[in-house]
Structure formats: C-alpha cells, structure tokens
Ligand binder design. Structure first.
Ligand code: FAD
Length: 322
C-alpha cells in the first residue's frame, strides 16, 4: 500500500505547498503504516525537480509527461490522478489546498468514491474514528470531520506542516494514462502576470503597511524593505480605501488572505478583520509605536517604536546580511 500525493507546479517548479503535502503524507504513512509515499507529477518538469520531491519524503515519483497537462485543466488532472490512484493501490490521496487542488479533489472524490476534507491542519486522529482537524472561517475556528469511507482525500493547508528537506532523491517512473479529449474542453491560451512584482497571494514574505504610515508618500521605505526581502507588499483596508495603495494589496477578511512564511506588519493596529487575512502566516513580525496595539498578541516578534526610524535601519541591517 502507499499514499499518493498530487503535485502542482508553477513556472516549471514544484510548488512548495505540494512539497509540504509530501511531508505531511510521509508523517501520515508512518502513523498509519500505509507504506511508501508516491508522488504524481503531471506535465513537463525536468528530472532534477522530479527527483527532488524525494527530499520531502516521497520514495517514488510517477510522472505523466503529457504536455497537455502543463496547464491546470481540472477535468484532465482529475482523470490522471484517478487512474494513478487505481494503479497504485493507494487508499489515501494527499494534496495541497489551493484553487486547483480543491477543484481536482472534488472531481476525484466522485471518481474514486472518497471522503474529502480540505484545509487540513494536523495529522488525523485515528482510533474508533478517522478524525480530521481543519481550519474554518478564515482560521478563526476549527472543525473536526470524521471520514468513514475506505478511500480518503486530504487537502493540506499551506504552512500547516514543517517542510521536510532531508530525504533522498526519489526514483522517477513514467506513467501512461488515457485521458479523453473531452477532458480538455477548456484551454488556457495565455497567462500574463499583472505586474513583474511578487504576487501577494503566493508570496513567501509580505511587507504590509497600515494607517500608521501616514500617507502614500511614505511607502518607499516599505517597498525598499520588500525588495531586500524578495517580498510582496500589502496593506490594511483603510489604506486601500484612501487610495494610498491599490485595492489588490488590501489584506484581511474582506481582502486577500495570505499565508506567507513571514508577515511584517508595520503601523497596523491588528483589528480582527485584518488578522483574519494573516493568521495562517508562519511567523509574524509587528512594528508599532503603541505597545498596547492588539497586533502584538498575534505576533511572534514585535518591535515597539516609530516605523519611520525602525524600517530604514532594519532594511540597512538586512541588506548587509543578505
Ligand atoms: C466589515 C468590516 C470588514 C473589514 N475588513 C477589513 C480587512 O479586510 N482588512 C483590514 O485591514 N481592515 C478591515 N476592516 C477595518 C478594521 O476594522 C480596521 O479599522 C483596520 O484594519 C485598521 O487599519 P490600520 O490598522 O491600518 O489603522 P489604525 O487602526 O488607524 O492603526 C494604525 C496603527 O499604526 C500605529 N502607528 C501610528 N503611527 C505609527 C508609527 N509612526 N510607527 C509605528 N506605528 C504607528 C498605531 O499605533 C496604530 O496601531 C474591516 C472593518 C469592517 C467593519
């Protein structure tokens, strides 16, 4: 038996969230005794990327090299995963929660008659029941779902598990699957980035500013810091409402939900509506001149002080280090 992990890619690289899913599956396999972790990669990927999936805990990578699968055509991906699932003899599929992942998982659940839980944040508790903990209401609550089906699909939330990187390269096997033309009914003809900058929803580091920055003319220091860190820039809602920053940078309950490894909040009070968009971040650094600012309660690190003094100094220190 084995656990099958569906791999997503972006710009010819395996997505970090998929490697987290492999790490999750590797821990799950140890817990359940389900044997090896087998990853399934679809479309064009070079051999070093494929073998590298092993470092996160997969012993084997099945590769369907059909270039029609390069774009995330949902029906075709679901067909390919279902066929790989039947061939592998697995009972569990693990994947990263994402818009493509959720769409593929829903179709796959029908094809393989599986119970599906998305936004999983911990390994399941397995006793009398197979109980899966997931994050709901933008991270403000948890739900426990009992899976009773033999086949199971778990979509793992970003940053829910530590990424394993110390494994050995995986063996890569090519896999033939038959995907009907009707599964390629939609086609992505072109993908254009809106900007050349790091995209906020996918960013691994976010530098975000609030009303404490006083005005749009002061954003240069945040952009400089973001550039040093390779980060995307974000902001609080009032900042985008006042048009200091574009609306697509607005983070929070009514804006973009981010889950970076590091979220740097500068001059943001930490209202609950803002926190709803950032509470999946792995590490939060808050810079605020008010020691009572609510954001400090959600922070891993905090600096109490004037952003106008701290941010340029922090940037200079980072530039010297990086
Ligand atoms: C239905 C609803 C939905 C909402 N959705 C969102 C949302 O999605 N996202 C969102 O962000 N908000 C949202 N809000 C608004 C939210 O409630 C807060 O009003 C908003 O987040 C506050 O923005 P802020 O922290 O930038 O500003 P403020 O609350 O004004 O805080 C500014 C902070 O900057 C600090 N500061 C000031 N000067 C400096 C300095 N020189 N150096 C360092 N720190 C300084 C202050 O101490 C303060 O903590 C929503 C509100 C409602 C009612």
């Amino acid at each position: 038996m084995s656990i099958l992990v569906y791999i997503e890619k972006a710009e010819s690289k395996v997505k970090k969230t998929s490697l987290e899913a492999v790490s999750f599956a590797s821990e799950l396999a140890q817990k359940t005794g389900e044997g090896d972790v087998v990853a399934l990669a679809l479309g064009s990927l070079d051999s070093s990327e494929l073998e590298g999936i092993g470092k996160s805990g997969a012993s084997k990578v099945l590769h369907v090299s059909d270039s029609r699968l390069d774009d995330g055509v949902i029906q075709a991906h679901a067909s390919a995963v279902a066929q790989a699932f039947e061939k592998s003899g697995a009972k569990t599929v693990v994947l990263a929660k994402s818009s493509l992942g959720d769409a593929v998982a829903a179709r796959l659940a029908v094809k393989i008659n599986a119970g599906l839980v998305s936004n999983v944040i911990e390994l399941p508790e397995i006793g009398a029941e197979y109980l899966v903990k997931r994050s709901i209401f933008t991270g403000k609550a948890f739900a426990y779902t009992s899976l009773t089906t033999e086949n199971k699909i778990l979509a793992v939330k970003k940053n829910a598990v530590d990424l394993k990187t110390d494994g050995a390269n995986a063996a890569v096997e090519s896999l033939e699957v038959a995907i009907p033309d009707s599964d390629f009914g939609s086609k992505i003809t072109a993908t254009e980035r809106a900007t050349g900058e790091v995209l906020l929803p996918e960013a691994d580091i976010v530098v975000s500013g609030g009303r404490g920055m006083k005005g749009p003319e002061n954003w240069g220091m945040l952009e400089d810091l973001a550039k040093t860190l390779g980060a995307a820039t974000g902001c609080s809602k009032p900042v985008s409402d006042m048009e200091w920053r574009p609306h697509h940078e607005h983070v929070g309950q009514t804006g973009v939900k981010v889950a970076p490894s590091l979220y740097v909040a500068i001059g943001i009070s930490g209202a609950i509506q803002h926190l709803a968009g950032v509470n999946s971040s792995k590490c939060i650094l808050v810079i605020n001149k008010d020691p009572e600012a609510p954001f400090f309660k959600a922070a891993d690190y905090g600096i109490v002080g004037d952003a106008f003094e701290i941010v340029p100094k922090l940037n200079e220190a980072l530039k010297a280090e990086l």
